[in-house]
Write a protein that binds this ligand. Sequence first.
Ligand code: 13P
Ligand code: SF4
Length: 354
Amino acid sequence: MKPAFSVPVKPVIQAPPLVEEALGDDERVELKARIKRLMKEQDAVLVAHYYTSGDLQDLAEETGGCVSDSLEMARFGHAHPAKTLIVAGVKFMGETSKILNPEKRVLMPDLAADCSLDLACPADEFAAFCDAYPDRVSVVYANTSAAVKARADWVVTSGIAAKIVKHLHRQGHKLLWAPDRHLGEYVRRVSGADMILWQGSCVVHEAFKAEALKKLHAEHPDAAVLVHPESPESVIALADVVGSTTQLIEAVRTLPNREFIVATDNGIFHKMHEVAPGKILLEAPTAGVGATCQSCAHCPWMAMNGLRKLAAVLEHGGNEILIEESIRARAAVSIQRMLDFAVAEKAGRIQLGD
Ligand code: 13P
Ligand code: SF4
C-alpha cells in the first residue's frame, strides 16, 4: 500500500540579515574581564562552536571550556561538572546540552539563533513522515528541535552520521532521514543504505558553487579541497576531504599541502589559523554564475552570538533553555544512542570495515 505521506518539496527558509558584533579593543578587554568574573561566580563553563566569533572561541578556551563541533560540544558539556553551561552556537546545540543535562542551567547569548535545517523540519510534519513509514528506522541530524529528536530513533552529527548509517544498514534496516538532503545524499552514497530523505538544506553550505570552485582550484592546483557534507553533491564531488568541522580542521593540521580551499562557514578559519599558522586558507566560492547566497559563507544565526549579549545574559539572567520533561527524556534516548555508539566504535567493539 502506498504511504499517505509525500516528503515535502524543498522548504524555502529565509535567513535573517548577517549582523556581526563589532568591538573596540577597550570594550573587548572590559567585557571579557566582566564575563570571566561572572562565570566564576555562577560556576559556568562556555562551550562554543567553531562558527562563532573569534572572541567567543578565545574566551571559551581561556576559561577552561571548549570550542568544537556539535558532537564534541554535546560530549564536553555532559562530562563537565559546572552547574551552568553557556552554549555559544545555535538553538539546537543549547537544546542538546539541556537534554543531556537536565539538572544544569543552560544559557545561550541569543535564543533567536536558529538554523535553516531545524526550521525546515517542524515536529508535526516529521511525526507524519515517521507514521507513514513505520517499518523504517528514523535517523535525524542533530540540527533539529528537541521535539523532532524525541520522535526519532537515532540522532547523528556530521562527524558520525556515515558510521551510524552504515551500521544500521548492515543490521538490515531501511531508514528515514531528516532534515538535510545534501548530508542525507552523501551518507546514502557512502553507506549504500536505503534511505528516504527529507528536503531541508543549510543556507550557508548550499550556496557553494561547483563551477566556481573548479576555476579556483585550477588557479591553485596544489590546494587540498575541504568540504563539509552539508554542501551540494557537485561540490562534495570535488573534495579531497569531506568531514565535520573538527575533521576539516584536523585535515588542515595534518595534510602536507600548503594551501586549502575550504567549503564551510568561514568562522572556522579562526581555529584553522591557530592550529596551522603557516598555511594559506581560501574560501570556496559562493558567488559566480547561479549565485543565490543568503549568507556568503557565514551563518547569520551563529553570528547572533557575541560578548555583549553573553555579558547581559550572565548579569540579568534570561535566555535559559527549558524543555518539557517528556520531550527531553525521549530525546535523550536517541542522543545517548549516538554517544554510546561513538564510545563503542572508538573502543573497537563495532567493526564497520570499508
Ligand atoms: P559540525 O557538527 O560539523 O560542527 O556541524 C554543525 C553545523 O551546524 C554545520 O553547519
Ligand atoms: Fe544551520 Fe547551516 Fe547555520 Fe550550521 S551553518 S547552524 S547548518 S544554518
